[in-house]
Design a protein. Structure first.
Length: 448
């Protein structure tokens, strides 16, 4: 991580009064401890400095844009990146649609950053101590365990010569735990702003119980079932809506269902999804990669399509407010919602389980892929704890199944939403409840 003073000095020294110039400096120091077969096998710390710059020059047929990225954060390194971007811009084909970089009048922020004011520094010894707690729990149950603990501290600075000059820093801990028996496994994960907030022993116990309950799994045939999806599973497929549907690029190109559905009902009335970086559970920068503060955006409100996120380019192109969701530029993806908040319900997960006459409890999905982006059709597999439920009780573990769903159609079939929510994911942070869904389609089975 780079402190505020050094970041500001690098940004200010590189700005020139001519042309339009944008500079971004990001640094991420990540400590990683990996373990498998109940022992640590990798321990390292990696620092990833990253600087990018855009130079925009006026031309008779439109703006000419040059972009360069580098890992050299010295004063000369940043100036060299500016010079190369200027050279590229001078030979670039004019972009008739580009209007301007954002200006300070656009960046008045409401709400507070959820970033840590003083990022905590976690040592390898602290991570090793956490692994010891995890392995002790699993050994008690005579299970092997594998997983990872990441502890990160990071900073982001953005400036342009219109006067934008932003800086934020933060830290988080992310861990995954997989407990393994001979023919079963169980999973638990957590992400939090503070290492000390994570109860590693409790997570290990959850993973162990799932592995124990799913021993000697039975086969269930593909078909449509009532399912209770735990928050990690919900976050997995909702994240795909962020990529496919909630950005202004797909909206402008009319590739998304959202582009044809604003003001129309597209899910059940019990579904509300927003982007809100001020949510107390999330840990995102309070501004985007152009230095524009992130605004709260409603994508779906009580089942009705409401809007998408914008950066400066698509805000100008579509004459909409900039919501502060730019990625580092240039970006082929367009603006992106890095925080997804699913509104919780008022029922506990335990009570939701009791309502299931016959169905399946799913811990998480993996290997999810897009089948048809125009229909939000995705497919993937269950993993690390899939259970047959009957008369409100978990009866036994079942072998993993392949699911294939249309996301919007699936969200029309939500019977209940839990009041408990969990933060899941790293780059896209999703605050997800559990969902009870009818007619969830499985199209294949496995032998494990």
């Amino acid at each position: 991580m780079i402190d505020k003073k050094k970041t500001k000095d690098l940004l200010n020294n590189a700005l020139k009064p001519t042309d339009m110039i944008e500079i971004g400096i990001m640094s991420n120091q990540r400590g990683t401890t990996r373990f498998a077969n109940s022992v640590i096998h990798q321990n390292l710390t990696v620092e990833n400095p990253y600087v990018w710059t855009r130079v925009i020059m006026d031309g008779p047929e439109g703006k000419k844009i040059g972009g360069v990225s580098s890992r050299d954060l010295s004063v000369n390194g940043v100036k060299t990146a500016i010079r190369k971007a200027t050279d590229i811009a001078s030979f670039a084909t004019p972009d008739k649609e580009f209007v301007s970089l954002p200006k300070p009048a656009m960046v008045k922020s409401k709400g507070k950053s959820q970033k840590s004011k003083v990022p905590e520094s976690i040592t390898p010894e602290q991570r090793a101590s956490a692994v010891r707690k995890i392995t002790s729990v699993c050994k008690k149950h005579k299970l092997d365990v594998a997983g990872v603990i990441h502890t990160s501290s990071y900073s982001l600075g953005i400036a342009n010569n219109f006067g934008i000059n932003q800086y934020a820093s933060g830290a988080d801990t992310y861990t995954t735990i997989t407990a393994m028996a001979e023919n079963s496994s169980g999973f638990a994960s957590a992400i939090d702003k503070k290492f000390t907030n994570i109860d590693f022993e409790k997570l290990a116990e959850i993973a162990c119980q799932k592995a124990i309950l799913s021993k000697n799994p039975k086969q269930v045939e593909p078909g449509a079932y009532t399912v209770l999806l735990e928050p990690d599973a919900v976050a997995e497929f909702i994240t795909f809506l962020g990529w496919l549907e909630f950005g202004a690029k797909a909206f402008a190109e009319k590739r998304s269902i959202m582009s044809k559905s604003i003001g129309k009902k597209i899910t059940g009335a019990n579904i509300t999804i927003t982007d809100d970086c001020t949510h107390p559970k999330v840990n995102q920068f309070p501004f985007d990669f152009e230095g524009v503060p992130r605004k709260k955006v409603a994508f779906i409100d009580k089942g009705v399509a409401k809007g998408v996120v914008f950066d400066s380019f698509y805000a100008n192109k579509l004459k909409k407010p900039n919501t502060g969701h730019a990625l580092p530029q240039p970006s082929a993806y367009g603006p992106y919602p890095s925080t997804l908040i699913i509104k919780p319900g008022n029922t506990s997960m335990k009570d939701m389980l009791k309502t299931v006459d016959k169905g399946i409890l799913i811990t998480r999905f993996w290997y999810t892929r897009v089948v048809d982006p125009d229909k939000t059709l995705i497919t993937g597999l269950t993993r690390d704890g899939t259970f047959w439920v009957e008369k409100g009780e978990i009866k036994y573990g079942i072998k993993n199944l392949r699911y294939t769903i249309n996301i919007y159609e699936t969200l029309k079939n939500v019977l209940a939403i839990s009041k408990e929510t969990v933060l899941s994911g790293e780059f896209t942070q999703t605050v997800a409840p559990a969902l009870l869904i009818k007619d969830f389609t499985f199209t294949g089975k496995t032998q494990y």
